[in-house]
Design a protein around this ligand. Structure first.
Ligand code: SF4
Length: 274
């Protein structure tokens, strides 16, 4: 058992991140470690699950339990883990392509099932690991990819709106340039007793150098947060996607969470309509 209290750097593994210089994901990783230190978590009570992509490398960089899964399947893997080991704090990490495209269906149902997971999506509006293709959150006129030389022309996926419509009880947006804010939101998401979704605007300077300008346009939602879904919906739809903060936190008690061990997995799987 790791000795408490731990400092943020104590949660980092000895594996050096292979992210490009200037990648926003470095700050997100630092923020995750700050949140864990703030909450006084031991390494043994934390597990991080991911899918595939640059951001999905995060479990290797955290000195906790970790599982680097397959593309788009981080949430069902994490759900199974939480049902089997409800004593663990289960974090889920991934990117916009992994989470909103191939994993889109799992995103909807994770919001709806309200299992106690904290899902951090590092959203850079691009598939970085496969060298820069349009993702569900890419602006329609983004024309840097040879696959979409005139832009995709498609409406962007609105993660916060989809999460709200699918029943998520905790929805936040952060920016990698404000790591203390990310840490605050991740800590709040972990403490929220149900599914928590945190979209982090995390620039990919390699394939989208224009995203370095995000620091000039992000600002806080005022006031925040709300527990009224209608108000949250209005905020989300009137916003340009660059307002940050805890957008919505439901005051409805989340459904009963698994509290016992492996013996209850089948019963909970049935209850959670898995
Ligand atoms: Fe980060 Fe983009 Fe490099 Fe991937 S390709 S590590 S997202 S900067």
């Amino acid at each position: 058992m790791s000795e408490l209290p731990l400092r943020p750097k104590d949660y980092k593994s000895t594996v050096k991140p292979v992210w490009c210089p200037g990648c926003g994901h470095f700050a997100v990783l630092n923020a995750l470690t700050k949140a864990l230190a703030h909450l006084g978590k031991s390494k043994e009570e934390v597990a991080m699950v991911s899918g595939i992509g640059c951001s999905s490398r995060a479990p290797a960089y955290l000195d906790s339990y970790g599982f680097h899964g397959i593309h788009g399947r981080a949430l069902p893997l994490a759900t199974g883990l939480k049902l089997a080991r409800p004593d663990l704090t289960v974090l889920v990490a991934g990117g916009d392509g992994d989470g909103f495209s191939i994993g889109g269906n799992h995103f909807l149902h994770a919001c709806r099932r309200d299992v106690d997971l904290t899902y951090v999506v590092m959203d850079n509006e691009v598939y970085g690991m496969t060298k820069g293709q349009a993702s569900p959150t890419t602006p329609p006129d983004w024309d840097r990819s040879k696959l979409t030389p005139h832009g995709s022309g498609l409406r962007v996926f609105n993660p916060a709106a989809i999460a709200l419509a699918s029943g998520a009880g905790f929805i936040a947006r952060a920016f990698s340039g404000q790591p203390n804010e990310i840490a605050r939101m991740v800590a709040a998401g972990i403490e929220h007793p149900g599914f928590a979704f945190i979209q982090v605007l995390s620039p990919c300077p390699t394939f989208c150098p224009e995203q370095t300008g995000w620091k000039k346009v992000v600002r806080a939602f005022e006031p925040q947060p709300t527990s009224d879904p209608q108000e949250a919906s209005q905020r989300i739809h009137l916003d340009d996607g660059f307002s940050t903060g805890i957008i919505f936190q439901s005051d409805v008690q989340p459904r009963r969470q698994p509290s016992a061990g492996v013996g209850n997995v089948e019963a909970f799987a049935e209850e959670f309509a898995l």
